[in-house]
Design a protein around this ligand. Structure first.
Ligand SMILES: CC(C)(COP(=O)(O)OP(=O)(O)OC[C@H]1O[C@@H](n2cnc3c(N)ncnc32)[C@H](O)[C@@H]1OP(=O)(O)O)[C@@H](O)C(=O)NCCC(=O)NCCS
Length: 398
């Protein structure tokens, strides 16, 4: 059957404030975090008849307990979407929500869906990284993967070994900048519009309301220099220049562009291309470089066409690896203008949609920019990249 590929647009995205594992969400269920996000999306977009949602794809890296039981379906039901709306669960570790978005985008492009919800949740307090995993020993013996590949912080140390130009001083400065940019973004009211307040409960403290991220902190180069290097004696990766362990959820509305326009839904970004790529698992953080190369090639673009970058800061060293590869300065103002995961946090499977939501906001503020990129590294040696076009750019073809 001949068919046309349809344009996929990002309509809207929201997230919970991100908590520290064991912090403000210690007694809050993981699924309640993502349910809160889906409800908010529906509330913020009253033009959307909820029965028009064709799919709900929700990512979680650990799919047991309150992140189990096909969370996309159960969260959709509990969020009040009609029972006719289906859903499923998805996992690609840190790129879970990114993969949820690109999966539903594929479905939208080929006409299977008109509108879909994609997002992710990770409650790293309730589900520590690697919980219940039983990696096949043959991955180490037959595939000659170094055992350090299974510890993300160790992969970041390995990346430092391979890229000696990226010094600890540079990663600490990048981390400090991330904190400063996030503090400024909060002071300027930039992050708040897409945060969904979450009621929290603590047996000890009673009820509370989470309205801001818990992880950002004041710091300095002097303080950062004194932190321990938990992944290697005399290493370079610290709690200060890595994303922490966090709890949080995100959700986004994706649509066929014609359907969005028919319903009067906002068009915040148009998808141009996406790609995933694999690298040696022991240098996991290198992954976004080949995935970005692939996504640029598919789009017929070069890095010079990209005016804004929202890159996941799992570790400062892996962001700097990408910036060095493309000859972009460590403090280039086009990169993570409101800081990143080092300050805000990185609840694994949820983060991809946070990057997209922020990029959409930057697009609205920068009509002179045509293209923007989201990229992130992914456990077991992968990277993911999505390229978007800015509908506010003057030459945008409707
Ligand atoms: C690095 C890591 C092990 C640190 O965990 P942690 O020890 O629980 O972290 P903490 O927040 O307690 O920080 C450790 C210390 O550094 C301090 N610290 C952290 N960030 C700081 C900063 N920016 N400035 C100053 N001090 C800081 C803390 O106050 C704490 O000090 P203390 O020991 O005196 O209490 C953990 O965050 C981690 O594993 N991160 C990577 C997550 C990951 O792999 N994600 C997937 C990516 S692919």
């Amino acid at each position: 059957m001949p068919r046309e590929v349809r344009e996929v647009v990002f309509v809207d995205g929201v997230r919970t404030p991100f908590g520290k594992a064991g912090g403000m969400y210690a007694e809050t269920r993981a699924d309640d975090l993502v349910i809160r996000c889906i409800r908010e999306l529906v509330k913020r977009n009253p033009q959307l008849p909820p029965e028009r949602v064709d799919e709900v794809a929700i990512a979680a890296t650990t799919q047991t307990g309150d992140q189990g039981l096909t969370i996309g379906r159960t969260a959709a039901l509990l969020a009040g979407l009609p029972k006719t709306v289906p859903g499923y669960a998805i996992d690609r570790m840190c790129a879970g929500a990114m993969t949820a978005v690109t999966n539903v985008a594929g479905g939208i492009a080929m006409g299977a869906y008109d509108i879909a919800v994609a997002g992710g949740v990770e409650h790293m307090g309730r589900h520590p990284m690697g919980e219940g995993a039983d990696p096949n020993p043959r991955i180490l013996t037959e595939k000659l993967v170094d055992p350090s590949a299974l510890v993300m912080g160790s992969t970041a140390e390995n990346l430092h070994d391979r890229l000696p130009a990226i010094t600890k001083e540079r990663t600490d400065r990048f981390a400090l900048n991330s904190q400063l940019k996030t503090a400024k973004a909060y002071a300027d009211g930039k992050l708040q519009p897409d945060l969904v307040p979450v009621a929290t409960r603590s047996a000890e403290l009673g009820w509370g309301l989470a309205t801001v991220d818990e992880a950002p902190r004041e710091t300095s180069m002097e303080k950062l220099a004194t932190l321990k290097t938990p992944f290697r004696p005399h290493g370079r990766v610290t709690a200060g220049n890595a994303a922490g362990l966090n709890d949080g959820a995100t959700a986004a509305l994706l649509a066929d562009e014609a359907t969005a326009r028919e319903l009067g839904l906002p068009v915040a970004m148009r998808m141009v291309s996406f790609a995933y790529a694999g690298v040696e698992p022991e240098i996991m953080g290198y992954g976004p470089i080949p995935s970005t190369e692939k996504a640029l090639k598919k789009a017929g673009l070069t890095i010079d066409d990209i005016g804004l970058f929202e890159l996941n800061e799992a570790f400062a060293v892996q962001v700097l690896a990408l910036l060095d590869h493309y000859g972009i300065a460590d403090d280039d103002p086009r990169v993570n203008p409101w800081g990143g995961a080092i300050a805000i946090g990185h609840p694994l499977a949820s983060s991809g949609v946070r990057l997209m939501t922020q990029l959409a906001r930057h697009f609205a503020e920068h009509p002179e920019v045509r293209y923007g990129i989201n990229a992130m590294c992914i456990g077991i040696g992968m990277g993911g990249t999505v390229i978007w076009e800015n509908p506010n750019w003057e030459g945008f073809a409707k």
